[in-house]
Design a binder for this molecule. Structure first.
Ligand code: SF4
Length: 336
């Protein structure tokens, strides 16, 4: 379901734009639409719309349901069942943030990511993205939405941009608290500056070496780290939001001092923050997580030379829940 489908259906029932907007805002806030428990709808909505609300409520609630909850030290990971039985992951993060999935599977195929191993299964619709927010708001406050769960948002651009627009205009989320995360795609740099709601941008860099990046992110668009940073800087200057560069730290692969010196040089004077994410390794993985001491050393080294650097743990890693790992474990790899 796209939002336009819902809007059209309500219009056919006689709902005016004010009715449709109110229904959407109430749903996005996490409240129930059911007229039985919402007396304020009784006089406001046309009878045909009121009569349709119970079925509509059931349909909207069925777009994303919590299949299981997995609390961790740094958040709570939710395995989410979509209406057709496909599973994605959403993560309740600290500071009222929520991480949502934009695709079932992912075509980029990053070598360190479980989601990437499955390839793309299907797109997540804009309403399914919004339903993840509604589902989370029924658990607790959500003031920030990061599009960093399963999937590459640039590969589902229309749905993601529609969800961002509706969250920014109707969902009570500040524009800079919507974070579009991408491996880098020229279509994103064309599209985002033209949006009414311009989100903040996170760019998954991971290395300063173009050949290593091609290896680690085999089906990412071929954009050199230098060009990606130039495109990011332009967007940061246009919007006034710093770019969040993402760097998954892989022991012995991209955690050497040569990489640190190169990133310092590339990001010098740029309006940005660097998020280092120590790899969440599982037994049998090809990659390893650097020791905690090395991670601290990296942060000190970069900080000391003027680059704002933060350590981000992939939420819920203590419940074996790096991106896609939870789904893979629960759904079974034969279905992934
Ligand atoms: Fe896709 Fe992101 Fe996983 Fe890469 S890290 S395969 S872009 S979901």
């Amino acid at each position: 379901m796209r939002f336009s489908d819902l809007d059209q259906r309500l219009a056919t029932l006689g709902a005016q734009p004010a009715h449709r907007g109110r229904i959407l805002r109430v749903w996005l806030s996490g409240q129930t639409l059911d007229t039985g428990s919402r007396k304020d709808f009784e006089n406001f909505l046309p009878l045909a719309v009121r009569n349709a609300l119970p079925a509509l409520t059931a349909e909207l609630d069925g777009l994303a349901r919590i299949h299981s909850e997995h609390p961790g030290d740094d958040g709570k990971r939710l395995l989410v069942a979509l209406a057709d039985g496909q599973m994605v992951e959403s993560v309740l993060l600290p500071r009222d943030a929520l991480c949502v999935s934009t695709q079932v599977g992912c075509a980029v195929g990053c070598r360190f990511c479980m989601t990437g191993k499955s390839g793309l299964i299907r797109q997540v619709s804009s309403m399914e993205i919004l339903a993840q927010v509604v589902m989370a708001r029924r658990q607790r406050v959500v003031k920030k939405v990061v599009f960093m769960g399963m999937g590459e948002p640039a590969h589902n651009l229309e749905n993601v941009l529609e969800a961002i627009d509706l969250l920014g205009t109707q969902g009570n989320i500040g524009y800079k608290n919507l974070v579009f995360s991408t491996v880098g795609d020229r279509r994103v740099f064309d599209a985002l500056p033209r949006q009414r709601v311009k989100p903040a941008l996170a760019l998954s860099l991971h290395t300063t070496k173009a050949d290593l990046r091609e290896h680690l992110l085999p089906r990412a668009p071929r954009i050199s780290p230098e060009e990606l940073i130039e495109l990011g800087e332009q967007y940061a200057r246009d919007t006034g939001y710093p770019i969040q560069y993402q760097w998954t730290l892989l022991k012995g692969i991209n955690d050497g001092n040569d990489e640190l010196d190169a990133i310092l040089s590339l990001l010098k004077g740029k309006y940005c923050v660097l998020n280092v994410i120590p790899f969440n390794s599982l037994e049998g993985d090809d990659y390893e997580r650097p020791d905690a001491e090395r991670v601290q050393e990296i942060v000190r080294y970069l900080h000391g030379r003027g680059l704002l650097t933060k350590v981000r743990n992939s939420a819920g890693q203590d419940v074996e829940g790096g991106c896609g790992q939870l789904r893979s474990r629960v759904v079974g790899t034969e279905q992934v």
